[in-house]
Each structure stands twice: as structure tokens, then as C-alpha cells.
Write a protein that binds this ligand. Structure first.
Ligand code: LLP
Length: 435
């Protein structure tokens, strides 16, 4: 995080708060989120994409505090489930600045979104166009929609998070003609108002070429829509996907450079096609929240396998960071509760779960006197960590602590065993209950 500093005694400070004090107060594992950094990143996106709509992608990490910060910093919010929408609603997030995504939104979710007045719903299938048209008609409103298009761009990223190519579940194919047909069907639905097109090519992307190509193809479709329907759509949303640095090997793009590239491509192509430049939208998730957070763990067992490797176990693991196991993601870690010896050894940082794939970070250098009770921090763990956390092995999910100006406050509390048991129905308690 931007405000992270090492004190002279080797203790990390984030937002002006020492992590040993955080561990004492909130326990470990814990997600420590630098609020000033989060807000600064929101502001940087707003600045870079001025005159554009910046939607924070809540899937990366969402809670009520975050929804409020996003609102206060003037960003819009992208939700992709009724649950994320419920968080937004619970803080009164301005409905007009919400955008609702998803390839399989339920009728109940669509009704909830329409009833709240969600600004834009991104339609993802022909069945959904019909469903939404019916829901909007029933509510007596004209719902604004974007059509999600698959532009056929291969983002060079992990196949699990790559969404621009043809063979995947999202959107309407541009090449296959489905996108043009979707536009036609939305235009024909009296209860829907088509305001633009949407494309998202993938996530954790490090070069602008894919974004540029997607923008080029999308402007081509805007021109086709104009030619076919005599209609210039006012909005073009190019999704999220900007990569961040997890290790020193990653070289992320600058937000300003991406903004410049996208606006240049769209501007030039529109001029060539004789189109008015549409209002651009972007949906960053990871790039806003990822770098703001460290996960704080306490070291337990240290096991040296002579001639093989050293396993350093921490009190969390794949339940708070599934990315290493799922995407073979790379992370770093460092000792943050004391200086440690100058000599380092390369260890495998593992969790506490009952399987050997439970790795937090492969091949991380840690001081060779690392021992039980030490605190280690894993940076860049703000996006898709807490939001993808699980209760595997009946582990309680860690809290999120926001730090700022020397003060810490809980924004998501730690789960308790009571929380877990509350969902679990004991048949013995039901004996004799009426069916
Ligand atoms: N917009 C849409 C339509 C998306 O599907 C996504 C991410 C975003 C925006 C935000 O993308 P971002 O800026 O965060 O890259 N769990 C995976 C990432 C899944 C991304 C899903 N969609 C991971 O941990 O890498």
C-alpha cells in the first residue's frame, strides 16, 4: 500500500499504524486495507478518465465502507449479483450510478435491480433480453441497457479470467452476428432503452494492444448500428482488467497511459467513421483495490526438509487466498514484526488447510531465523482475496481492517465459530417440529 513504511525496528506500518498493534487488537489472519491509498486510486482513475464513467468493479472486494468510499470519491459501482446490489442498496448508493452485470441474472435479481432504479443493466443473452423486457414492463419503467459484446480479442492472461475470445460464456459474439441481433432485439423492446455497448476482454492485463483492438472493433459495431438503425449509441463501456504488480516481475500499465490510448483509439476511429465520440466507461476492480491491502499472518510451524525445502506455515491459507492454488498466482511475503537476520532462505509459505495445494506463496525469501509468532505480510491482496474467501475446513473468514492517519477500524469483522454454526441445522433441534 502507498502508506506502508518499515519502522527502524523492522515493524511495518500501514496508514500510520504498526502491524504488531493491529495483530494484537484484531488477531490474525487479517486483511489490512489502506483507506487513503484506496481513495487516491479512485481519484487517479477519475482524473485519468475525466469525462468518462468509471465503475468500480465490486467483485474485487465490496463491503459497505468501500461502497461509501467509492461514492464519496465520485466513482460509479459495478455489481454482478443481487448480493452485491444489496450492499450498494444498504448504503443508499445512488441507483443511477450502478451498473449490473452477469451472464445468468435471475428474474428476482432483475426485479430488484429495476425496482431500485439501477442505471444500467448489461444484457448478456437473448433469454435475458426477454426476461428483462418483461420485468421492466411489469414495473412500468423503461430500463436502460448496454449490450455485452464478445469482441474476439485474446487477452494474454490466465484462461480462467480471459473473456474476450469467442468460446466463453459471456456476451454476444461480434463476429458471429449475435451482437448485431441483440441490438436489434433490444431496440424492438418498448420497455428497454439501448444506451450503448459493452466489452470486457479479461483481467490482469499488462499491455494496451488488446484494449486498443477491442475499442477498434466496438467502434466498428457502433458504426454498423448507425448504418442499420440510423442511431448513434451514446455510450461505450470497455470493461476492466488492468493488471497490478504482485511481484517485482510484474510491470503494470499506468492508468493515465491506458486512458490516453483508449481515448485516442476511440477518437480516431469515430472520426474515421463519422461518429460522435461516445461517452467511455471503464470498470476497474483489481487496479483500484488490489494494491491497497496486505494480508497479515502469524507464523506457526516451520518445517525444514533437509535437501528439499523449508515450509513456513501461517494461520490462514487457501481459505483467504485461493488465487495461488486456482491460478498458480505468484506472491511475495515479508517478515514485518521485527528486522530478522540478514541471511535469507527461500521458503514455501503454506497455509493451515488439509491439502498440499494450500500454498500462499511459492519461493519467497524470508530471513533464515523466521520463527513461530513472527508476523508476515503478503502485499497486493486486496482484490479477489476476501471476496473469494471460503470457510474450507470450517475456518472463519478474516476481518478487514481499514487503516488511515494512524487509526484502525474494522470494516468487516472476523467470522466466529458461532457464525458458522448459526447456518448449520442440527436435526436434533428439529425433532417434533411441524413439517
Ligand atoms: N468488468 C467485468 C465485466 C468483469 O467481468 C470484471 C472481472 C471486471 C470488470 C473487473 O476486472 P479487474 O479490473 O478486476 O481485472 N478472480 C480473478 C479475477 C476475475 C475477474 C472477473 N471479472 C482473479 O483473482 O484474478
Amino acid at each position: 500500500p502507498a502508506t506502508a513504511r518499515l519502522d527502524r525496528d523492522g515493524v511495518l506500518r500501514v496508514g500510520g499504524v504498526r502491524v504488531d498493534e493491529l495483530a494484537a487488537e484484531f488477531g490474525t489472519p487479517a486483511f489490512v486495507l489502506d483507506e487513503a491509498d484506496f481513495r487516491a486510486r479512485c481519484a487517479a482513475w477519475r482524473r485519468a478518465f475525466s469525462d468518462c464513467d468509471v465503475y468500480y468493479a465490486g467483485k474485487a472486494f465490496l463491503c459497505r465502507a468501500v461502497a461509501r468510499w467509492v461514492d464519496e470519491e465520485g466513482l460509479n459501482l459495478d455489481v454482478c449479483t443481487g448480493g452485491e446490489l444489496a450492499v450498494a442498496r444498504s448504503v443508499g448508493f445512488p441507483a443511477g450510478r450502478l451498473l449490473f452485470h452477469g451472464n445468468n441474472k435471475s428474474v428476482a435479481e432483475l426485479r430488484a435491480a429495476v425496482a431500485y432504479g439501477v442505471g444500467r443493466i448489461v444484457v448478456d443473452s437473448f433469454a435475458e433480453i426477454d426476461r428483462l423486457a418483461a420485468v421492466a414492463a411489469e414495473a412500468g419503467v423503461r430500463q436502460r441497457v448496454l449490450v455485452r459484446v464478445t469482441p474476439g480479442v485474446e487477452a494474454h492472461t490466465h484462461s480462467y479470467v480471459s473473456t474476450g475470445q469467442e468460446d466463453q460464456k459471456f456476451g454476444f459474439s461480434l463476429a458471429g452476428g449475435a451482437a448485431a441481433e441483440a441490438v436489434e432485439r433490444v431496440l424492438a423492446a418498448g420497455s428497454l432503452e439501448l444506451v450503448g455497448l459493452h466489452a470486457h476482454i479479461g483481467s490482469q492485463i499488462f499491455d494496451t494492444a488488446g484494449f486498443g483492438l477491442a475499442a477498434h472493433r466496438m467502434v466498428g459495431l457502433l458504426a454498423r448500428v448507425r448504418d442499420t438503425h440510423d442511431l448513434e449509441l451514446p455510450e461505450l463501456d470497455l470493461g476492466g482488467g488492468l493488471g497490478i504488480a504482485y511481484t517485482s516481475e510484474d510491470a503494470p500499465l499506468e492508468v493515465a497511459d491506458v486512458a490516453e490510448r483508449l481515448t485516442a483509439v476511440v477518437g480516431k476511429e469515430c472520426a474515421a467513421a463519422g461518429l460522435a465520440v461516445p461517452r467511455l466507461g471503464v470498470e476497474p476492480g483489481r487496479a483500484v483495490v488490489g494494491p491497497t491491502t496486505v494480508t497479515l499472518y502469524e507464523v506457526g510451524t516451520v518445517k525444514e526438509l533437509p535437501g528439499l525445502r523449508t515450509f513456513v506455515s501461517v494461520d490462514g491459507g487457501m481459505s483467504d487466498n485461493i488465487r495461488t492454488a486456482l491460478y498458480d498466482a505468484r506472491y511475495t511475503a515479508r517478515l514485518v514484526s521485527r528486522a530478522g537476520s540478514a541471511a535469507a532462505h527461500v521458503v514455501t509459505l503454506v497455509g493451515r488447510h488439509c491439502e498440499s495445494g494450500d500454498v500462499v506463496a511459492h519461493d519467497v525469501p524470508l530471513p533464515d531465523d523466521v520463527r513461530p509468532g513472527d508476523l508476515v505480510a503478503v502485499p497486493a491482496s486486496g482484490a479477489y482475496h476476501r471476496s473469494m474467501a471460503s470457510n474450507y475446513n470450517h475456518v472463519t473468514r478474516p476481518p478487514v481492517v481499514a487503516v488511515r492517519d494512524g487509526a484502525a477500524r474494522l470494516i468487516v469483522r472476523r467470522e466466529t465459530e458461532e457464525d458458522l454454526l448459526r447456518l448449520d441445522i442440527d436435526p436434533a433441534d428439529q425433532a417434533g417440529a411441524a413439517v
